[in-house]
Design a protein around this ligand. Structure first.
Ligand SMILES: NC(=O)c1ccc[n+]([C@@H]2O[C@H](COP(=O)([O-])OP(=O)(O)OC[C@H]3O[C@@H](n4cnc5c(N)ncnc54)[C@H](OP(=O)(O)O)[C@@H]3O)[C@@H](O)[C@H]2O)c1
Length: 310
């Protein structure tokens, strides 16, 4: 048996329960990973509260947590390339959870842990970094010389997005809190905008792309800063197609998907020193409620990570 943090009903941090559940068994091309660290993402507290539409009452009980870093414990019969003890990091499919001592991981979901990172730093990467990567490059098609505005550039996804966009040779503007302006500059942003003190519409225009990690009125005000034919990409649902058409721009909403090849490429950028991982706070596994609370309300820079027993 292992300990896993599950929810049996939707609600506040009090619905997070430490349950004894069977250790899952890997099939065929899967491996069983002993989890050293798991990151905390907004989807975790949204799922817990019942505001994440993909998880409904009928899906409970559910282990929370989407990404992890750990070591291979055992391999399925067709998982030939990995051995017990190998260090991996992974974005799990939605049906499994990383707030646990062990998880089964599929080949498409993992890559070798970047050698330059410890497990805490590595756990901070998969969901946030793949969200940034897929938004900018797969949905937005961002290329060298293009100009992008990233909303929320100091957060878990945003701090990767700013750096990835710079590695592709884009010109990067980003909106952050006043206290995060220097942090965003240090990430490489060319133009930093205090989202409370300035109106971004006054600072940028004719952009090729907006990466929306905020939604609401921030998204609505973003149509006007795109050039004709530009694109608004959002990690928070499909933007309004009619509004996009009215502004002569394109719009794309997306959900990040596991991608072993992209994760490996991200790992190489990190090991090459081109991208840094910022872990704002770590919490022991037992304090998962406090960890979610810190992410939701703490105005942190970068990521929150849970550490499992060594
Ligand atoms: N579609 C997907 O697959 C996917 C994947 C990952 C994340 N997401 C979503 O994407 C969003 C960002 O995720 P995350 O992990 O980066 O969250 P996060 O770590 O909580 O970061 C959010 C950032 O946005 C900033 N922010 C808040 N309001 C803002 C505004 N009006 N303008 C500019 N910045 C603002 C926050 O700054 P302050 O705290 O200083 O205000 C914070 O730095 C979340 O809603 C998450 O659910 C979607």
């Amino acid at each position: 048996m292992m300990t896993a943090v599950r929810i049996h009903r939707f609600g506040g941090p009090e619905v997070l329960e430490r349950d004894a559940v069977p250790i899952p068994q890997p099939e065929d091309d899967e491996v069983l990973v002993r989890i050293h660290a798991a990151s905390v993402n907004p989807v975790d507290y949204k799922t817990r509260s019942g505001s994440y539409p993909a998880v409904r009452e009928g899906d409970l009980p559910k282990i929370l947590g989407r990404d992890l870093s750990g070591t291979v414990e055992s391999c399925g019969t067709r998982a030939h390339t990995l051995r017990k003890g190998d260090a991996v990091f992974a974005l799990l499919g939605r049906e499994r959870g990383a707030y646990a001592e062990y998880a089964v991981v599929k080949a498409v979901e993992m890559a070798a842990k970047p050698a330059s990172l410890d497990h805490v730093q590595a756990a901070a990467v998969p969901l946030a970094a793949l969200t940034a990567w897929q938004g900018l490059f797969e949905h937005g098609g961002l290329g060298p010389g293009q100009r992008v505005l990233i909303h929320g550039g100091a957060g878990g996804v945003g701090h990767f997005a700013v750096q990835f966009a710079k590695t592709r040779g884009a010109h990067v503007a980003t909106t952050v809190s006043a206290g995060d302006l220097d942090f965003a500059r240090a990430l490489g942003a060319d133009q930093v905008i205090d989202y409370k003190g300035q109106r971004f519409e006054d600072e940028v225009r004719d952009l090729d792309m907006v990466l929306d990690l905020v939604s609401g009125e921030t998204r609505e005000r973003s149509w006007a800063v795109l050039r004709k034919g530009g694109i608004l990409v959002s990690s928070l649902g499909q933007p309004d197609e009619a509004k996009a058409a009215a502004h002569g721009v394109r719009a794309s909403g997306y959900v990040a998907q596991p991608d072993a090849a992209a994760l490996a490429e991200i790992g190489r950028l990190i090991d090459d020193g081109a991208v840094r991982v910022t872990v704002a706070r770590t919490f022991p596994f037992e304090r998962v409620g406090a960890a979610q609370d810190a992410l939701e309300h703490g105005h942190l820079r970068g990521k929150v990570v849970l550490t499992m027993a060594p």
